[in-house]
Design a protein around this ligand. Sequence first.
Ligand code: HT7
Ligand code: ZN
Length: 844
Amino acid sequence: PQTIYLKDYTPFGYLIDGVELTFRLHPTATRVISRIRFRPNPDATDHRFFLHGEGLTLISAAIDGQTVTPDRTDTGLTCPVPDAPFVWEAEVEISPSTNTALEGLYMSNGMYCTQCEAEGFRNITYYPDRPDVMAPFSVRIEGDEKILLSNGNPGNSGTGFAEWHDPWPKPAYLFALVAGDLVNHPDTFTTRSGKKVELNIWVRPGDEGKCAFGMQALRDSMTWDEEVYGREYDLDIFNIVAVDDFNMGAMENKGLNIFNSSAVLASPETSTDTNFERIEAIIAHEYFHNWTGNRITCRDWFQLCLKEGLTVYRDSQFTSDMRSAPVKRISDVIALRARQFREDNGPLAHPVRPDSFVEINNFYTATVYEKGAELIGILKTLVGDNAYAKALDLYFNRHDGEACTIEDWLQAFEDATGRDLSQFKRWYEQAGTPRLSVADDFKDGTYTLNFEQKTPATPGQDIKDARVIPIAVGLIGPNGDEVHETTVLEMTGARQSFRFDGLSAKPIPSILRGFSAPVILEREITNAERAFLLAHDTDPFNKWEAGLSLARDGLIAMIHDGAAPDSAYLDAVQTMARDDSLDPAFRALALGLPSQDDLAQALYDQGHTPDPQAIWEALETLRHAKAQAMQDLAPRLYAQYQVTGPYQPNAEQSGARSLANAALAMITRLDGGAQAQRQYDNASNMTQQLAAWSCLLQAGKGEAATAAFYDQWQHDRLVIDKWFMLQILNADPAKTADTAARLTKHPDFTMKNPNRFRSTLGGLTASSAGFHHASGKGYELLANWLIRLDPLNPQTTARMCSAFETWKRYDSDRQVHIKAQLERILDTPSLSRDTTEMVTRILA
Ligand code: HT7
Ligand code: ZN
């Protein structure tokens, strides 16, 4: 397969003044008639006329009304064109009902829908399918379906047809079409300049009752973007459609967002608090793309972080404002470390702005999204809030309607602030997570922090230059009072020292407050100092971090040296949990332990070979010890944080439920599941029901609840996804693969639905000890299913290959097993480009 390089970018030879599309819908023979007004691009030097097109049956083509016979290949067509404006017309036929890849126009439960990012439009018609080619689109849909939707504002409609016009020039990846017998949850929003916008969430009949939360999230997002970024909505209508078969969470098509139904449908009975929060965040994310992604888009796919990093950053700000900022920050860092640090540490490491790819779908990664968002956070910390706001205004004003690069983004900041950002740019160019080590020194009232940064080599990048790292630091005196409030140290060298004068005693430093940069902090710190920070740090992130690192080091000692559970940790965490002045949601997080995967990486970093079974056992032992240490406190917390009154998915209630459910998990370890069974029997919402069922499964008492849960929810696909996943996640590691294998034989299992596939095989890979079971059966099961899925849905297959990315951490037996499975996948005839690229990179 061909590698595409950033350095090879050249503009397309033609501009488009208008696109008219007519769709005559038919499940196996949809006709797409296109009429595109091209003119030579004065800024281009290469005027070759090449239109992308894949899997299309060309019926006819004409230029300026004259039939032409283009030269066609598997990837597109070319033909001679005039050296002046001209009209291209083509008619093609496609088959949406057999499109299982879910890219282009496909069918889901009888509904037509599209997914065009990144390069799906070329499966719909011949077109320059690249983000820098922007045009206004007019669309006519002909079909018998009740609802016919496309981007932009509605035009004429009547029996069997509807017309849409999108006045905002857009790249083809933002095109969308939906047709089906849908019902809507309607609302309206009046923008701050007084424009009335019609809002709709379109769903299958029966799901109307699950739209109210999503609609409120949309309205909140629209208000927030006006208030915080000064951005208003720009069409007469904003439509969201829920689709069951979808490769990712959602898609920001202009004026017609398409959502995985799991990312929009919500009700207290069927959705957990976590689901509600995710839905709110995804609705916000897609809505925010209207400005960061749609009005200003990417010049090419190497610039993906330009829209994704910024939009993730904006949706995190929104969630922080809507809910608890510290809890959001801690949750984001947990996710960043679990997915992005893991990626940065392995064979799939790549810069936030990659410089080459084979298949762009493989670069919708935690690095582009989450690390990309962290870079916006670094930038904001470096320039300050006011300068950030000024730079954003400049960026929006300067580039509205354009397809941009990271250089354009940074230039707006340089121009708005006068700051040189060339060193900051390294964050976009260099892969790998910097290790930031620190040593301290106290003499004559002066406290000195000596930092050193090093970034390990990553594939294709051996040498790393020092980056600018904002290190937020506060100092705490021996009596627990803060003696130096948070200050941001700007580290630019490979080694750098910072002094704090006028101190009467050596302080305990709180370093990297709020996780001010995505680095791994390496510091010598005693358990007593960690317990001290857990008790006294005023920075919630570092308070949580202190508890986590105390737990982690104790666990490593248990795994590696056979130590007993660390009493310093048990005491400190109990004191924290007892403190009713702390937010319950924070306490629930601080009661959590490092993940199996985090521990495996930590052991590996310390030069040990991680044993997944030993890690799992140590975690179980510590959880048990914690339950015993808190045998009085846990029932008190459980009772104290029961929520009374009607269910609300807000931060306050969900925080209380998460602390009560953390207490329930401890209680279950001592009462064998009696309390969990009571909660299960009386649960009136999914958060309570699922937490109780999980506890019962872990206690080995889940059989009745498992059957009852299925009977109760078999009609609800999204709930049954949870049923598949939880059984696997809570299985004993020796039984994880067998449980997953058994469930793949269940009549409700289908690999055609990405949600179901992910809940089953994703459950397997998320259960670290089970997936990495010494028998290798977890690896074999995953490989079997990836091989089966690849011909149907390469995108989801390729993404799930990342389960193998950590393979070099493990012992030689496991490495042999994994390598054999990866090679088996790679040897599969006609393996997709997506999966070939992923497996090749993992094996390299
Ligand atoms: N911009 C979108 C990314 C995307 C996608 C979505 C659904 C299916 C396939 C997809 N490929 C890429 C989603 C987002 O980041 O908002
Ligand atoms: Zn996005």
